[in-house]
Design a protein around this ligand. Structure first.
Ligand code: 3UK
Length: 526
């Protein structure tokens, strides 16, 4: 086997990673563990009772890579994954990478029209999906003029990824790639509604695992990870897969929607040492802890990302559980967290300080750095940033400039060096840590025959977390009542991803507008 190694160099305080000239990420993340004596160590445990060792993982990655190659999928071609958190997610993702194909994990909660868009935009050769999502995926496939060459269920009757894996060879040489070569894509929602594919390289997962995983979380071989955020999300992909694989640790996978009950039960049963959530899950867990007590004693540290963690949630969690939550900001484009609090350096309510390996700039509208304490646009530089957006050179040139990435967030750095989130530069909302476009909800509501005009904005709930609120002008204002609000809610839930519905409906006589007729959203945000 060729030498696919990576070295971490720390020179004069500068952090740099050096990669061998031939580098396929599957080698250090998967195959290395066999050479390092972890063949019999269990790496994956699932809520369905599945246990996979490092040897079993490496074998199934090879089998899955061969199964995909056996279908005739060629180098650089995309494999869309609409896959729940399960062992096959690992086999498919790493099998594709080892074989030189590009896996593209997608948010499993999206609906048919979103999948249709992504399948078309990616020009994928194959789509692999868990049977749980068959209705939406198959409806999406029916809407396409041209289906991908291969549409495969992960498991179930007939031909499935599982049957192909069983029949394929267990030997696979890694495709000799370079650290800068394209490796996988992740779709992220844009403010105009259509998701954009962020093109990530082989080195990117190494950078995030080493700089945030090892140097901020201090993850080590004996850790057991459990991420309530799913693997399809860049946050969950690091938490629940790449970080544990980087250090030879293990991970616990839960394949359904995370609720306070299911996350507590998973923690009690599998005793993770690292727990990763989003603010919404911590808020829901805190509410549950008011009436029940739970054993979280295995956990040494918690992490939060996706949206800002209010200081109140941080404080109450510490009071209730004795545990620390590290809030950090990351993105799909940078792949993981680039500014974070540390175990021994926390300012509740702030995002913390820079993660090693990253640089930050806060700029005003003319591109000048703002003084500390003042608001500006946050730009980030680091080696895990996506090479480009697929199919969108205009957005790439606007947001990725000389290695710097425009996060789209307004931030300030205080005189102690902590970064504070001050809001988005666009109208996009984070709901439960996941992107939500107000325009998409508006477009859904305007379809309703009783709606004349609508504007959706973010409003903070009791826990300080933003959720969508709809301001609605009716065709016939006298019809405003609770029954109509319930009808509008049902209308939204049909065809929008489950987290994207308005939590409040306000019936208003008119929307505030500028002289040119543009809705003044800021006037609606209370
Ligand atoms: C917002 C935050 C305040 C912010 C992500 C960790 O969320 C992730 O990626 P996305 O592409 O969204 C990125 C945007 O979300 N955001 C995320 N974390 C925080 N705002 N405080 C935070 N702690 O607007 C950012 O630009 O969905 C998070 C790791 C990997 C990720 N992809």
């Amino acid at each position: 086997m060729q030498n696919h190694t990576v070295e971490v160099e720390v020179a004069h305080g500068d952090q740099a990673l050096t990669f061998s000239p031939v580098f396929n990420a599957a080698v250090p993340f998967i195959d290395r563990h066999l050479q390092e004596g972890r063949a019999d160590k269990v790496v994956i445990r699932t809520n369905r009772g599945v246990e996979v060792t490092y040897a079993g993982l490496a074998e199934n990655v090879n089998r899955c890579g061969n199964a995909l190659l056996g279908l005739g999928i060629g180098r650089g071609e995309r494999v869309i994954m609409i896959v729940k958190d399960c062992a096959e997610f690992f086999y498919c993702f790493w099998g594709a990478i080892k074989a030189g194909l590009i896996p593209v994990p997608v948010n499993v909660m999206l609906r048919a029209k979103d999948f249709t868009y992504i399948v078309g935009d990616s020009g994928c050769s194959a789509i692999v999906y868990s049977p749980e999502f068959a209705d939406e995926v198959e409806a999406a496939l029916d809407q396409l003029d041209e289906r991908p060459d291969h549409c495969l269920r992960v498991e179930g009757d007939g031909d499935s990824l599982q049957t192909l894996i069983l029949a394929a060879s267990a030997e696979l040489e890694p495709v000799p790639a370079k650290a800068e070569d394209d490796c996988f894509w992740l779709y992220s929602s844009g403010s105009t509604g259509s998701p954009k594919g962020a093109v990530h390289r082989h080195r990117d997962m190494v950078v995030t695992s080493e700089f945030y995983g090892v140097q901020v979380l201090g993850i080590h071989e004996n850790d057991v990870c459990f991420s309530a955020a799913k693997l399809f999300f860049a946050y969950g992909l690091g938490n629940g897969m790449t970080f544990p694989l980087w250090v030879g640790a293990s991970t616990v996978l839960y394949d359904a929607r995370p609720t306070p009950q299911s996350t507590f039960e998973t923690i009690e049963q599998f005793k993770p040492t690292l727990f990763y959530g989003v603010p919404t899950i911590y808020a829901a867990q805190l509410q549950a802890l008011e009436t029940e007590s739970r054993d979280l004693s295995s956990v040494r540290l918690c992490a939060s990302a996706g949206e800002a963690l209010p200081a109140d949630i941080f404080n109450r969690w510490r009071q209730q559980t004795g545990l620390t939550i590290l809030d950090g900001i990351g993105s799909t484009e940078v792949l993981h967290i680039y500014i974070s609090n540390r175990v021994d350096d926390i300012k509740p309510g702030s995002s913390g300080r820079l993660v090693p390996g990253y640089q930050a700039r806060i700029l005003d509208d003319s591109g000048e750095a703002v003084p500390s304490g003042e608001n500006g646009r946050l730009w980030i530089r680091g080696d895990s940033t996506a090479r480009c957006y697929r199919n969108d050179s205009e957005k790439t040139t606007q947001t990725m400039v000389n290695g710097w990435f425009n996060t789209g967030d307004t931030y300030l750095q205080d005189d102690e060096g902590y970064f504070h989130y001050c809001g988005r530069n666009d109208d996009m909302l984070k709901v439960g840590g996941i992107w939500c476009s107000p325009f998409e909800i508006e477009n859904k509501l305007i379809e309703h025959p009783k709606v004349l005009e609508v504007a959706v904005v973010g409003r903070a709930d009791d826990a300080g977390l933003v959720k969508p609120e709809a301001h609605i002008v009716l065709q016939n204002p006298v019809e405003a009542d609770e029954a109509l609000a319930a009808d509008l809610l049902a209308h939204c839930k049909q065809g929008l991803a489950p987290y994207k519905y308005p939590r409040w409906f306000q019936f208003v006589p008119e929307l505030p507008k500028t002289a040119t007729g543009k809705i003044q959203r800021f006037k609606l945000r209370s």
